[in-house]
Design a protein around this ligand. Structure first.
Ligand code: AMP
Length: 166
């Protein structure tokens, strides 16, 4: 199970091969603040987490409820993605973007993963329709998956922008 402080939503994944390009990515992230605030029009983005799903029995995650906030999150994701695409430096992973709040993943237990152990659906069946609560989007981070994690267990963070009114 993940540490609470490392809970996050990944909007998308990209490849930055040269360390010197990180500063370009940071500039792109900073450009996103005004665009996101324009989309939100002074309102908070309050996401509801309802039910669980999985990726290939390897990742179990809380789903985002199908409502207008989820649609806004999609709009924000597309906008941020396009801002990075415009820099023409980054290879953006094309895998279908399903917003997910990871609860557990086999990647965190590489030895078991190597042995072919999976996360059995019986372990989380009772949470299929569970309401986990809600969270207001307050920050967007540019994280590195390739660098060592921070002491609190969260991904190494290159830069952040703060969003919202409250
Ligand atoms: P995290 O971003 O730390 O919450 O980890 C989520 C995990 O889910 C990563 O291992 C991703 O590679 C994986 N993942 C994300 N999106 C998908 C997808 N659409 N299909 C399969 N696996 C995914």
């Amino acid at each position: 199970m993940k540490k609470k402080c490392s809970f996050h939503l990944t909007l998308f994944v990209m490849e930055i091969t040269r360390e010197e390009d990180v500063s370009v990515a940071i500039d792109a992230l900073l450009e996103c603040k005004v665009k996101i605030e324009h989309i939100l029009q002074g309102r908070d983005l309050n996401l509801q987490f309802l039910g669980v799903s999985e990726f290939n029995n390897q990742v179990v995650f809380a789903k985002i409820a199908e409502d207008s906030a989820k649609a806004k999150l999609k709009e924000i994701t597309d906008t941020v993605k396009n801002t990075f695409k415009d820099k023409e430096l980054f290879k953006i992973e094309n895998r279908s973007c399903i917003p997910h709040l990871t609860l557990m993943k086999m990647e965190s237990a590489p030895e078991l993963q190597e042995q072919g152990v999976i996360i059995y659906p019986s372990l989380y069946r009772t949470f299929k329709k569970h309401y986990f609560g809600n969270e207001t989007m307050s920050r967007l981070d540019l994280c590195s998956m390739g660098k060592a994690r921070q002491p609190d267990g969260y991904y190494h963070t290159e830069a952040s922008i703060f969003i919202g009114v409250s």
